[in-house]
Design a protein around this ligand. Sequence first.
Ligand SMILES: Cc1cc2nc3c(=O)[nH]c(=O)nc-3n(C[C@H](O)[C@H](O)[C@H](O)COP(=O)(O)OP(=O)(O)OC[C@H]3O[C@@H](n4cnc5c(N)ncnc54)[C@H](O)[C@@H]3O)c2cc1C
Length: 474
Amino acid sequence: MPRKAAVIGSGPNGLAAAIELARAGWEVTVYESRDTPGGGARTAELTLPGFRHDICSAIHPLAVSSPAFASYGLKEAGLEWLDPELPLAHPFDDGTAAVLARPLAATADALGPDGSAWRELMAPFVREWDQMAADLLGPPLRLPANPSLLVRLALPALQPALSLANRKFHSPQTRALFGGIAAHSMLPLDQRPSAVFGLVLAIAGHARGWPLPRGGSQAITEALIVRLHHAGGEIVTGREIRSLDELPESTAVLFDLTPRQIVRIAGASLPSGYLRRLQKYRYGMGVFKIDWALSEPVPWRAEACRRAGTVHVGGSLEEIAEAERAAWRGYLTPRPFLILAQQSLFDPSRAPAGRHTLWGYCHMRHHSEASMVSAMEHQIERFAPGFRSTILARHTMNAAQMEEYNPNYVGGDINGGVQDLRQLLARPAFSLDPYAMPAEGLYICSAATPPGGGVHGLGGHYAAQSVLRKYGRE
Ligand SMILES: Cc1cc2nc3c(=O)[nH]c(=O)nc-3n(C[C@H](O)[C@H](O)[C@H](O)COP(=O)(O)OP(=O)(O)OC[C@H]3O[C@@H](n4cnc5c(N)ncnc54)[C@H](O)[C@@H]3O)c2cc1C
């Protein structure tokens, strides 16, 4: 008889875990509370007919760098990556923009006097990215394949982004470019290790680009499901799991959930010390998300922004640092830092002919119900005069609504928990095998495990490996 596994949650990590167990001959069922699978990788007509918006994830440097996804044959399962001409542009008030171009040399050339510092900082890691991605995106407490490279990265990476940017670069444009990338950490930029996010995402951008899937993030989910079905696994949608008693008898139960829900569902089965650690797990700031349907592309003053998949809106490094500090401390800021994606410029399937979509969010107070519409649109208008007149419709989600949509986004935290130094190492708790909970057959595989947030499936991949190490294949 094959061994049985139940996976709670059909996000990228849950699906990755399910694929790997099904491939090992296990009988696997994934339970998903919503009517469609996918977790943070879903696409829907949120505004007007024909406008297809990514509800959560949009841009995928981690997915294309994921050793797990690379081993599934997602291209053959229908997934196609589109590379915007420029991965990233960052506009300024004078009508110029700094850019992250895929070739390192092109970025360095465009950065003028800071070009050699940028090249020096990134080049050794860009060359070795595939090896480094496997080391960096793996569980923290294991021997890396290339320890000397990781030590070399650790020196700049373990600093606050604000000090690294100010020390390494001289021009306000380069400092802002780096600070905007580091702000993906959802940490204040004067806090460690915000710089590691700036470095890793910039290096990944040079090595593999910041691509988007044709048809939207949903296409990643669909390709994963093709692979799951092919391996014999199944998904049950519309089925919220509230207690372990609701599941059929299984050798292993894998939670694609964060500690808050695990405590609720399985708290009674966990030893008290571990339960306390899960109860102390910390969640960070939330997001306010807007999807716009537009009559035309965003009228950016800086031409480079019209060729970029991602645009960071927030001005100087100091302004971005101030916006992130305010969100972290729980203040509303009139000048938030925005992460925008312009999918329809590169994928015509996202909007009716001639029309466009715009996806964007800013960080805000944990669990806030405040609206950031006016502040966000004001920031875009600042660099793209006339933007407001292109808006046909918008769909919004505040931090509290994010959690209603997906209970993994506690208080609107889209990374499944704060990613500071302590919680990157102890995720969800300090352990040589953070995926195996100290209770027979219970595993955690979500973004609340290493390597953390993002669509890469690696939490699921390592959790499935942990299950197979203990119980073996079929
Ligand atoms: C606005 C936003 C923008 C983002 N942008 C990006 C991006 O551009 N690139 C990127 O790589 N990442 C991005 N992310 C982050 C990324 O989406 C997540 O880190 C990723 O989806 C986490 O995957 P997961 O499998 O751990 O969990 P999730 O994707 O959260 O999936 C968990 C699933 O479990 C289900 N579930 C919850 N409770 C239960 C229950 N009790 N019973 C059954 N099912 C349950 C949920 O409905 C959900 O489908 C973004 C997220 C958001 C919200």
